[in-house]
Design a protein around this ligand. Structure first.
Ligand code: ADE
Length: 235
């Protein structure tokens, strides 16, 4: 096992979906994968491996925020040989053109996190971006399924509750579609260790209108995104 994942070598597939919520990982394994096995319960951050259309796929919770997601991405790639990682999460909309339940693919992720500033000694602003091949496949898959997926830049923030909503407005002026909490770290770690990554997000709340999805709507929106993610990851 690695420091935070209780799997034996070979128990995790090369392709993995990464929801923040460990119970989502369980729900995905029960509803979308066949022949599933739980490979880790360390800290109750569950991980499962199964098959999707005959292809081995794993699903691992990452917890909330970049420090937690970074730990799982780092260990999955470096200790278990994972090569393709797709985050499937929720986000808050900044763009007036988005509605609750819409799916967004993050082409790149701005961030207020200091993690990347530290990596580059505060001398560079690194631009974390999605793997182009994965993003292109996801766009094709969504179109084929009739899912109207938006593609654009996102903000990965450290703080769910912000004292500076004015900065969100400014980012929206620069085309940033939504705010979430993990993509910048995932893209950076995947790039650093030569893996491929993408973040798909469902709008669960709207920062312009104050609307929030009901639990039922969240589940339906989430299912659409999981299907796009699974079809993408096996392609
Ligand atoms: N994830 C879902 N909604 C969010 C929000 N409003 N801010 C940050 N992350 C989120």
């Amino acid at each position: 096992m690695s420091t935070h994942i209780g799997a034996k070598p070979g128990e995790i597939a090369e392709r993995i979906l990464l929801p923040g919520d460990p119970l989502r990982a369980k729900w995905i394994s029960e509803n979308f994968l066949d022949d599933t096995k739980c490979y880790s319960t360390v800290r109750n951050v569950y991980g499962f491996t199964g098959t999707y259309r005959g292809v081995p796929v794993s699903v691992q919770g990452t917890g909330m925020g970049m420090p937690s997601a970074s730990i799982y991405a780092h260990e999955l790639i470096n200790e278990y040989g994972v090569q393709t990682l797709i985050r499937i999460g929720s986000c808050g909309a900044l763009s007036e053109n988005l509605q609750l339940g819409d799916v967004v693919a993050a082409i790149g992720a701005s961030t207020d996190s200091a993690m990347n500033r530290q990596r580059f000694d505060g001398l560079m602003d690194y631009a974390p971006v999605a793997d182009f091949g994965l993003l292109r496949t996801a766009v094709d898959v969504a179109a084929g399924r009739g899912v109207g997926m938006s593609v654009g830049p996102v903000l990965s923030t450290d703080a769910f509750y912000t004292d500076r909503p004015d900065l969100y407005d400014r980012l929206a002026d620069y085309g940033v579609l939504v705010v979430e909490m993990e993509a910048a770290a995932l893209y950076t770690i995947a790039a650093r260790h030569r893996a491929r990554s993408l973040a798909l997000l469902t709008v669960s709340d709207h920062l312009r209108t104050g609307e929030r999805s009901s639990a039922e709507d969240r589940e339906q929106g989430f299912s659409q995104m999981v299907e796009v993610a699974l079809d993408t990851i096996i392609t």
